[in-house]
Design a protein around this ligand. Structure first.
Ligand code: TRP
Length: 516
């Protein structure tokens, strides 16, 4: 097939906005703070900083380097660097990330629903018929949320968010650049306004102090480290195949070490300042959240905003607009990465690929929006969709991203050789990578990830169930086994099938040809 000229970012700024927009998402605004709160605030940020320097920045440099060197989307890039094995890892990473994207977009659908509610009914108490709950049984935002997800209207929200994604990636870098130039500044602006609101609340600053008081006792707990390491992959969009794809649209003469530092720095700055706002609100209203990240998003913070003395609607709408814009610039990056992988491999037309990916993605996201109530007492997740989301998240987020990162390091470390990557990065970079980089990729990072994964599996087994801290019984356990099987089949067999399918170079035209 003929190689069409490759898409390129119009400007460096466009790339930085797109890549940092991918990194900054729900993870930064609510999941980070929720994790920090779960592990006792100040106990989290030290492991998190260690994770940033130990894994985050080197893997970011590596992923950008992979795309920059090959100028191909992730699977083909990995194929060029490490053969068939590499391509398989590429598809594995993308498919695992697709699972995350499907439920991430479901969550964005709920955000859209909450956004609509924020104009009015979110702040009123209501009955939740699907759970047989009378008015006043739950807090306002909780009753709104469970009322919403137990109705089929959520499916419409999910479809709308998928359409937004398709529109944004429709013309590749051109339309992505157009969107991020609006969305990324909007989300910084709204975040900053919310921080000012947070820290000027009475007692707000005390909450912030809590965030920065380290707790060395809790740091002995390995779960904090697992939490921090998975969070760093998720928040920096690593192990998704995204950064390689975005960097593949950069000109050869671009500086990947400084790009990696800029993106990581912007991401973590956003995460910390979002943490300030969240902790100020939590402390000011003495809210004790349940540990889950979603409850932080949908009940805890809305409850805080609902208690503001003035401007409840305004700040509520602003908060959900912030979540929606930040979330969209993240989800589109994977739709683009997956689409680009398919386009590069099969030489298909972009618009057709966007439609197919979005159609399949919509079906997946709708699955996580299934409104059937399976947990009427609300001990866990309430609806079937939310339960599936929780189970898939457990595998795709806590294991999948780290597994992809591990395989990627092993491939680059031992098949290609990290010095080769350095050779293509260094000539264009102000900060030169030394041999330390090689040993990070070859040994240190794989060893750290293996230890974390080993401990996770061991704790899974020792609790006698499949699922970390809560032991499930009966139907829930069976459902969870099904989900695990589904995830394994989708990622492992799916990537084998995609790798085996015909397409690009090895059967034809340009095997070994120029890739510039
Ligand atoms: N980094 C994003 C966050 O912190 C997560 C993310 C990036 C993501 N790319 C994605 C989620 C693609 C889903 C799909 O929230």
């Amino acid at each position: 097939m003929a190689d069409t000229p490759r898409d390129q970012w119009k400007s460096k700024l466009g790339f930085i906005l797109a890549a940092s927009g991918s990194a900054i998402g729900l993870g930064n605004i609510v999941f980070f703070a929720a994790n920090a709160y779960k592990f006792g605030a100040g106990a989290f940020y030290v492991p998190y900083l260690v994770a940033l320097f130990l894994l985050g920045i080197p893997v970011m440099i590596m992923e950008l380097g992979i795309g920059h060197r090959t100028q191909r989307a992730y699977p083909e890039a990995m194929y060029q660097l490490g053969g068939i094995k590499g391509e398989w890892i590429g598809w594995f990473g993308l498919l695992n990330a697709s699972v995350i994207t499907m439920y991430y977009i479901t969550i964005l659908g709920w955000v859209l629903g909450m956004w609509i509610g924020a104009f009015g009914s979110l702040w009123e108490s209501q009955a939740v018929p699907a759970f047989g709950l009378p008015e006043g049984a739950l807090s306002n935002s909780m009753s709104y949320f469970f009322g919403m997800i137990s109705k089929y209207e959520t499916v419409a929200y999910v479809v709308i968010v998928w359409i937004m994604n398709a529109v944004i990636v429709w013309s590749g870098t051109k339309s992505i650049e157009r969107a991020v130039k609006i969305f990324v500044p909007v989300m910084w602006l709204f975040m900053i306004i919310l921080i000012f609101r947070g820290i000027t609340l009475p007692d707000g600053p005390q909450g912030i102090l809590l965030l920065f008081t380290p707790d060395f006792e809790v740091m002995k707990d390995f779960e904090v480290w697992q939490g921090a390491f998975s969070q760093i992959f998720f928040t920096l969009s690593l192990g998704f195949g995204i950064m390689a794809t975005y960097a593949s649209y950069l000109p050869k003469k671009s500086d990947q070490t400084s790009n990696a530092l800029t993106i990581s720095f912007m991401n973590c700055a956003f995460e910390y300042i979002a943490g300030l706002a969240v902790f100020a609100v939590l402390f000011a209203f003495a809210i004790v959240p349940r540990a889950s990240t979603l409850s932080m998003t949908f009940f805890v913070l809305p409850e805080g905003i609902g208690s503001f003395p003035v401007g409840v609607q305004l700040f509520g709408v602003m908060f959900f607009t912030l979540l929606l814009t930040a979330g969209l610039t993240s989800s589109v990056s994977l739709v683009e990465a997956l689409g680009a992988g398919v386009i590069d491999k099969f030489g298909m037309d972009r618009k057709k690929v966007v439609l197919i990916v979005s159609a399949i993605g919509t079906v997946g996201s709708v699955m996580f929006a299934l409104p059937m109530v399976i947990d009427p007492s609300l001990d866990g997740n309430g609806t079937l969709g939310l339960t599936l989301l929780d189970f898939f998240d457990h595998w795709a987020f806590s294991y999948g991203l780290l597994i992809c990162g591990l395989l990627e390091c092993l491939l680059i470390g031992w098949v290609l050789g990290p010095e080769k990557l350095r050779e293509s990065i260094n000539p264009h970079s102000r900060i030169k990578l030394g041999p330390l980089f090689d040993w990070m990729i070859k040994l240190v990072i794989p060893a750290v990830i293996l230890v974390i994964l080993g401990f996770s599996i061991a704790s899974e087994m020792s609790k006698g169930g499949l699922y970390g801290s809560t032991v499930e019984t009966g139907t829930m356990q069976n459902l969870h086994v099904l989900v695990l099987a589904g995830w394994l089949v989708f990622t492992i067999l799916g990537s084998m099938a995609l790798t085996a399918a015909g397409g690009f170079r090895r059967n034809g035209s340009s095997q070994g040809g120029s890739d510039a």
